[in-house]
Design a protein around this ligand. Structure first.
Ligand SMILES: [Zn+2]
Length: 215
């Protein structure tokens, strides 16, 4: 049976009957307004599609797109078509390395991608700024990364080679957590809207976050 529900900014579909479907949709419904208001957006156009997939169709999609499927892959966000594909929780547990997959993580994962899509609508300049995009998405989606000691962070490498840095998401989470808790709203808006400004400010922001960290 096909299940489908529509929200202001989402169309959510499921290719099999999953018992958590309505719970996930209701949580997204609450969270989407919060994220939109953070970015001062009224809506996203076009709406985002979320598709819950079983392993067979998910695997087929991933192999077509990337050539192979890795055991830790459980979701894919296509920014061109604004479509988020997520592997059903039972199948995540069965077929991927995410043996502790649960509904709350699934919702956070979807909101993380939603934050990226809202942010992209305002600014999509990733040159030396991926740490900020990922830090914002992980904070606004309440993913439970822990704060990490920034003394061990090579910030130049984090800016230039985000994917190569060990604990990259924890560092990004920690620095942006500092920004969100200490900076004025206008400054935060400027940072997410203006990549040149963000690049200009980022070294000072990092040093400030490092000197004021409480761990
Ligand atoms: Zn991300």
């Amino acid at each position: 049976m096909n299940t489908i529900r529509e929200l202001d900014n989402f169309i959510i579909k499921c290719d099999k009957n999953v018992e958590y479907f309505n719970e996930v949709v209701d949580s997204i419904n609450i969270k989407e307004k919060e994220v939109l208001s953070f970015f001062n957006l009224n809506e996203l156009t076009p709406r985002i599609s979320i598709i819950f997939m079983n392993y067979e169709s998910f695997k087929t999609y991933i192999v077509n797109k990337y050539g192979s499927v890795k055991p830790y892959i459980r979701a894919d966000a296509d920014h061109e078509t604004k479509t988020i594909r997520v592997l059903d929780i039972d199948d995540q547990i069965k077929y991927t390395t995410h043996k502790d997959a649960n509904i709350s993580d699934l919702i956070k994962l979807i909101i993380h991608e939603f934050v990226h899509m809202c942010h992209d609508q305002i600014c999509s300049d990733y040159n030396q700024t991926i740490w900020f995009y990922e830090g914002l998405a992980s904070n606004l989606s309440n993913q439970n990364y822990s704060l990490i000691n920034l003394n061990n962070c090579d910030f130049d490498k984090l800016k230039n080679n985000f994917g190569e840095v060990k604990n990259n998401y924890c560092y990004a989470y920690t620095i942006v957590n500092f920004i969100l808790n200490n900076f004025k709203k206008e400054e935060i808006v400027r940072l997410y809207s203006d990549a040149d400004y963000l690049r200009k400010r980022s070294n000072d922001i990092f040093l400030e976050a490092k000197s004021r960290q409480i761990l």
